[in-house]
Design a protein around this ligand. Structure first.
Ligand code: NAP
Length: 327
């Protein structure tokens, strides 16, 4: 790993999240000391076991961010309100956290003389996408604030995450052999593995001369129908496919925009992915020395893990594990 001192000079915001947690684990693996901004309600068990220094705060509380910045030279942030908001948490709105909170973080970093600010944003922020997704509109606004700041900005723009878009939250239930198709399901998408994005974030935070913006995509281009085909082969059996028409996605994104902007964002993102696809090249990951993992490998591993769990539950000698899966 490149030049990083042993003192805690890196602040990670969002370290209790899914991607954020993977970044935290990699920082620890590489022996990079870091401080983590955590909310009073966060579950910090994993961060504590990794040896992170904790600083209690909140993106919507500027004073807490000023406190967290002491001695910090690099900020890495994945923090966002989507997961909490989708789970019904009303303590921080998308506008307060993803617009105002990110601006607070940028201003606190500037005031503390931070040198580098790695912001996990998103690829594919076309005008149509930003118009239909308040969440991605907030990302674009934060990118603009960062570009106009005194900080050295590193805008990380990943494609859709493999783990997110193969989960029940986005309509795939392998155990029930069911899957939702958003719109027609025929546009290609090069979804990226979260572990590859996490490793890229660590390299971008620590390398000598990082790019100002970088797009991170996976190596395979698959449509939603092709993703479900891979599930069928990996799990052995047909999946029932439920289609949500484009008109329904559009109406939902527009109607819920004010009242439930996080839900409107999910519908808007699903619609625009179906209309425009989400092709993000894997070249930049390779330039960072990371060989991007294919989506089909991720699905195969899911199926293998499910068979392993089923065979364990059934006890020794059970045939539930089945033969190894090949695609
Ligand atoms: N999913 C995709 O397909 C995709 C594609 C491209 C980019 N991205 C981006 O990748 C990132 C995903 O990160 P993730 O998986 O780690 O997200 P996550 O699992 O939803 O975690 C969100 C994190 O933000 C923290 N947080 C929420 N509100 C906060 C506040 N007011 N102040 C401080 N911290 C707060 C949470 O803390 P608590 O533990 O206290 O709740 C948690 O650590 C996001 O920036 C997302 O936009 C996602």
């Amino acid at each position: 790993m490149p030049d990083v001192t042993s003192a805690t000079e890196l602040l990670l915001c969002g370290g209790t999240g899914d991607l954020g947690g993977r970044i935290a684990a990699r920082l620890a693996e590489h022996g990079i000391a870091f401080r983590a901004l955590v909310r009073p309600t966060s579950d910090n068990t994993r961060l504590e076991s990794l040896g992170a220094e904790l600083s209690v705060g909140n993106l919507i509380d500027r004073a807490s961010l000023d406190r967290a910045m002491g001695g910090i030279r690099t900020v890495v942030t994945t923090a966002n309100s989507m997961t909490s908001a989708l789970a019904g948490d009303r303590s921080g709105s998308l506008a307060a956290v993803d617009v105002g909170g990110n601006e607070n973080l940028i201003r606190a970093a500037e005031a503390a003389g931070v040198q580098r600010f790695v912001f996990v944003s998103s690829a594919g922020m076309t005008d149509l996408m930003v118009g239909l997704s308040p969440f991605l509109a907030a990302k674009r606004q934060t990118e603009q604030t960062l570009r106009g700041s005194r900080l050295r900005a590193v805008l990380v723009q990943p494609g859709p995450f493999q783990e997110t878009w193969t989960s029940p939250e986005t309509g795939i239930w392998p155990d029930k052999r069911r899957a939702v198709v958003f719109g027609r399901g025929r546009s290609p998408s090069s979804d990226v593995a979260m572990d590859d994005v996490a490793e890229a974030c660590v390299r971008l935070a620590t390398m000598a001369d990082p790019p100002e913006a970088i797009q991170l995509g996976g190596p395979e281009e698959l449509t939603r129908h092709q993703v479900i085909d891979v599930f069928e082969r990996a799990y052995g059996g047909r999946f029932r496919r439920f289609s949500v028409p484009r008109a329904v996605l559009r109406a939902g994104a527009q109607t819920l925009r004010r009242r439930r902007p996080e839900l409107a964002s999910v519908l808007g993102i699903a619609l625009v992915r179906d209309l425009e696809g989400a092709r993000v090249p894997p070249a930049a990951l390779r330039q960072l020395g990371i060989e991007p993992r294919p989506m089909s490998e991720h699905i195969t591993q899911m199926a293998q893990a499910a068979r392993g769990a089923a065979s364990q539950a059934a006890g020794p000698g059970s045939p539930a594990g089945g033969p190894p899966i090949s695609l």
